[in-house]
Design a binder for this molecule. Structure first.
Ligand code: IFM
Length: 453
């Protein structure tokens, strides 16, 4: 196995900086229909023909449901302090509300206990995209009733686990699941258009704040955050039309789910179409129910975006200038690799007065790993982590309050509409045998994190 040494040390980030690794329920657990679990919108979506690029599903995924002990020990072996995972709502409440599935609540007790026994701090995400299908049948995130259902679900989770778990992440990438699932139709539940997207945005924000309040009320000394996808936006040219396009894209990709939380309302000046939320879907009493005083905001940045004005693009009037046309370094998914992009978005988020702390709660890259002689020397992934972590260090040294970095992800897993083709893990998984093999990037983290000098 080749040896790689990082250009920084763990100590450079300070002793309070948290090092973690993140996974999610649907992408890893499998066991989709066992022990009383209800169907999720993703179980439904993956059963439809042609929705997943490689024709696979997540019925077994990487079998975290049965192999969680082995995987948690891997997290420990790689030197991390934190294990962030999500709870599957339909495993706890098969119908979304009502009767609790005790086998489901027991499962997460076992996962949490295994973390604590291994000396890992659990960070629990409450919603990572797997809405109970029973709720989708009633309108899903487009229906106001989902807010109360989410509150009930959060109450059950914090009652069960609040004594053992202090760190909670309410939502994972709300822009991701509302835009891909309710605007573009390429993720579950496969809905398409503004009349789905706009109410979904509004209800997710209301549910997020309502859920966070429940945690504050029920868990002593809770550390509460929510994780937002974000991309630093560059205009393609210095022409006014492209500069305006970049502002609009920034409002959509970075500000839509952040500013209402901070009590700033929707960024309607730079994206006037959002006024439709105010006119059609909001009730007068909603305005002060969108915000919450989060202890931290999770930053999930994979790539920056370059945009230009495009009058032919419906709704937004902008289009992306893809990395492949700009000849910049890219991952296997064609996403631009840019530590500078992460640095810039950390500066941008760090400038909001209402944000107390930032944590990078996901960061990672898919590459076409090659197994050779039983080893995977994924030097491209190591370079990626070097570049992105250097960016975090630079921002931190310049005063941005960023206190943690969680790699995405532990094991290769089910990458949504991409299926198993896109591999992000620090640990390779042979999906047929479920055999785990630590990649060079995993050992690279282990060596970085175990340094004591
Ligand atoms: O796999 C996803 C994850 O579920 C949410 N954030 C981005 C990752 C990579 O696409």
């Amino acid at each position: 196995m080749e040896q790689f040494t990082a250009p920084f040390t763990r100590q450079d980030f300070g002793e309070h900086f948290l090092w973690g690794v993140t996974i999610s329920a649907f992408q890893n657990e499998g066991a989709c229909d066992v022990d009383g679990k209800g169907r999720s919108i993703w179980d439904e979506f993956t059963s439809r023909k042609g929705k997943i690029k490689d024709g696979t599903n997540a019925l077994i995924a990487n079998d975290f449901y049965n192999r969680y002990r082995e995987d948690i020990l891997l997290v420990k072996q790689l030197g991390f302090d934190v294990f962030r995972f999500s709870i599957s709502w339909p495993r706890i409440l098969p119908q979304g509300t009502g009767a609790v599935n005790v086998a489901g609540t027991d499962f997460y007790h076992r996962v949490i206990d295994a973390c604590l026994e291994a000396g890992l701090t659990p960070y629990v995400t409450l919603y990572h995209w797997d809405l109970p299908h029973a709720l989708e049948l009633k309108g899903g995130w487009c229906h106001r009733g989902v807010i109360f259902a989410f509150e009930e679900y959060v109450r059950i989770c914090v009652k069960e686990y609040g004594d053992k778990v202090k760190n909670w992440v309410v939502m994972n990438e709300p822009f991701g699941f509302t835009s891909l699932g309710y605007m573009l139709g390429v993720h579950a539940p496969g809905k398409f258009g503004l009349s789905y997207f706009l109410p979904a945005v509004h209800h997710v924000l209301l549910a997020q704040a309502a859920g966070a309040k429940v945690i504050r009320e029920m868990v002593k000394e809770a550390n509460i955050g929510t994780s937002l996808s974000c991309s630093y936006i560059h205009p393609y040219s210095r022409q006014e039309a492209d500069i305006q396009a970049a502002k609009k894209a920034d409002a959509l990709f970075n500000r839509l789910f952040l500013e209402p939380v901070l009590g700033m309302g929707y960024p309607v000046n730079d994206f006037p179409l959002l006024r439709r939320i105010e006119r059609r879907y909001a009730l007068w009493r909603d305005w002060d129910q969108l915000s919450f005083d989060f202890d931290f905001i999770g930053v999930q940045n994979y790539f920056p975006l370059v945009v230009r004005r495009n009058a032919f693009m419906p709704v937004v009037g902008i289009s992306e200038v893809k990395p492949k046309f700009r000849k910049v370094p890219m991952t296997a998914l064609g996403w631009e690799i840019s530590g500078e992009g992460l640095y810039s978005i950390l500066k941008q988020f760090g400038a909001y007065k209402g944000i107390k702390r930032l944590m990078v709660t996901e960061s990672g890259a898919a590459f076409d790993d090659v197994m050779s002689g039983g080893e995977i020397n994924d030097r491209d992934r190591i370079s990626y982590f070097e570049e992105y972590l250097s960016a975090v260090l630079r921002a931190k040294r310049e005063g941005v309050p960023v206190d943690g970095y969680f790699a995405w992800t532990l094991t290769d897993n089910f990458e949504w509409a991409e299926g198993y083709r896109a591999r992000f893990g620090l640990v390779h998984v042979d999906i047929e045998t479920q055999r785990r093999t630590i990649k060079s990037s995993g050992y690279w983290f282990r060596d970085l994190l175990r340094e004591t000098h």
